[in-house]
Design a protein around this ligand. Structure first.
Ligand SMILES: Cc1ncc(COP(=O)(O)O)c(C=O)c1O
Length: 392
């Protein structure tokens, strides 16, 4: 039997890899998972009511692009959140943003750029679907370090001209998973200007946009509207998974120019898995409601206060401005994760499982990622054990 070669060099996914590292060893204390970014705060209570009300619609095939009500609700949210006008023709409902981030590359990445193999840029470390999307469309993924020196966001403008000229798509995550860095208005402006000069699209993964400490992170749609960027160049992704603690609902959306959305819709009409109608009804009401988002943010803020107290004296420790992870410096991420598990029972993710080695350097290797999704007391216990075990 033959298999495709294009995925042969993909490492095992982060979580099976972690299980291989840790599961042969007994935990050194009461186990606590601080690995996966699965929110554990409550989702809004009205979700159950809406679901019950529309349950009979499971009997119908769902609308591909999203119901009118859902697209209107998303359009309204974008208007309130970013002050932008994005009509339903510029929106597409997604079955969670992960599949959208993957499928958008199929709909939007050309076969060749200037007669050559196209490049897809991704930050390094990064949310892993970006690389698989690039490989799937036959593009060359180029991993661009996003380290302390670059403000934890990639410096795409510093790439060689030849790479930039071949670039068709650039993924960017703000607030960034795993580092929690936020793209400033200047960062977005510079990136859009670079995209204009080298004629590529920016795919902005903003699914942590509502989990922030002080100021709401600026969004690409907002800055693009302000500077009059071509809407077809801008592809923004948002999700209810983190904003509303509904990762299992599988609901997000993509916003772009009408032609890009038309192409995304067409591909999905053939091959997509639209969100079931009762879930679209739920999503509509959840985008319309902001109270639960404010409460959710406050719960994360309490956890960051705990982290600030626990790591108060740790040199180099900084609270990330957004997201719900800590990205902690260690000598070796894998060794630290193994030690934490065997000595305390705390599970964290080695940073290298989220990044690639380029030119002999793996920018995630000296880090662990800690998800602060568990209840407060558990987070307090976990962080204190991490401090005592790794930095004591
Ligand atoms: C950076 C980033 N992008 C996208 C996603 C996908 O979210 P969903 O598919 O639940 O919308 C996640 C989920 O963990 C993520 O961390």
């Amino acid at each position: 039997m033959q298999y495709p070669e294009r995925f042969s060099n993909l490492p095992a996914y982060a979580f099976p890899r972690l299980r291989s590292l840790l599961d042969a060893h007994a935990p050194g204390g009461e186990p606590l998972a601080m690995t996966i970014g699965e929110p554990q705060h409550p989702f809004p209570g009205f979700v159950t009511t809406i679901l019950n009300e529309y349950v009979s619609e499971f009997a119908r095939y769902p609308v591909n692009e999203g119901t009118e009500g859902l697209l209107e609700a998303i359009s309204g949210w974008l208007g309130r959140r970013y002050g932008v006008e994005v009509g339903p023709e510029r929106l597409m409902a997604l079955n969670g943003t992960r599949e959208g981030l993957y499928n958008a590359a199929h709909a939007l990445c050309p076969e060749l750029k200037g007669g050559r193999q196209p490049v897809v840029l991704t930050p390094n470390p990064f949310y892993q679907v970006y690389a698989v999307a690039a490989l799937s469309v036959g593009a060359e993924p180029v991993y661009v370090r996003a380290t302390k020196e670059t403000g934890h966001l990639p410096d795409y403008a510093g790439l060689p001209r030849d790479i930039l000229d071949r670039t068709a798509l650039a993924y960017i995550c703000s607030p960034a998973n795993p580092q929690g860095a936020v793209a400033s208005r200047d960062y977005w402006r510079d990136l859009l200007a670079l995209a204009e000069r080298h004629d590529f699209r920016v795919l902005a993964d903003e699914c942590y946009s509502e989990i922030y400490r002080d100021a709401p992170p600026p969004g690409i749609l907002d800055v693009a509207a302000e500077i009059g960027a071509d809407p077809e160049r801008v592809v923004a992704f948002h999700s209810l998974s983190k904003r509303s603690n509904l990762p299992g609902l599988r609901s997000g959306f993509v916003a772009s120019g009408p032609e890009s959305i038309r192409r995304i819709r067409q591909l999905r009409a053939y091959a997509g898995a639209p969100l079931p109608l009762p879930l679209q009804r739920v999503a509509e009401k959840v985008w319309d409601n902001e109270d639960h988002v404010v409460e959710n943010r406050a719960l994360y803020a309490e956890k960051y206060d705990i982290a600030d107290q626990v790591f108060d004296n740790l040199p180099g420790y900084v609270t990330p401005p957004a997201g719900f992870f800590l990205w902690l410096r260690v000598a070796d991420g894998e060794a630290a994760a193994l030690r934490l598990w065997t000595e305390t029972g705390i599970r964290v993710l080695p940073g290298a499982y989220l990044s690639r080695e380029v030119g002999g350097e793996n920018p995630g290797a000296g880090y662990i990622r800690v998800a602060m999704v568990a209840p407060r007391e558990e987070v307090q216990r976990g962080l204190s054990l991490i401090r005592d075990c790794l930095y004591g």
